[in-house]
Design a protein. Sequence first.
Length: 159
Amino acid sequence: MSNTFRVSVVSFALLSILSCAQPPGEEPLAGAWKLTSITVTESGNATPIENPGAGVLLFHGSWYSQTWMEADRMYSDPPTDLEKLIAYDAFDASTGTYTYANQQLTLTPQVARDPRSVGRSTSTRAVLEGDKLTRTREQPSREDPSQMMQWTSVYERVK
């Protein structure tokens, strides 16, 4: 086999492989996203959360990181044990891998505030419109578990 032929075959194979890879910057969710609003819908009644807290989503390659905390947290310095216990429910964080296809965002945490979620994939509907990302998830209502409650979180891309 001639060297020219070998170089041509290797070049063709390499170009084929590279053309299948997603080019950098073409990941639709890539970058940083800031939480702007949360609305809870239960029994057809939509209730906007007045102060949704501080939330950030980061996406890069196949990795994500998300954090959220209540905005109006007041603690002593140093915080008491009771304040630490209350803070547990006022904060959420996880990081791991993600996929996004057909308006479905699937997160698989590798590190999380709640260790029960590590390695368990969860999916939410995630609609991307320019620099706005709307995530919607459903869960059983706390008051009536036979009814579903819908959480809609809106994020804006940070530039």
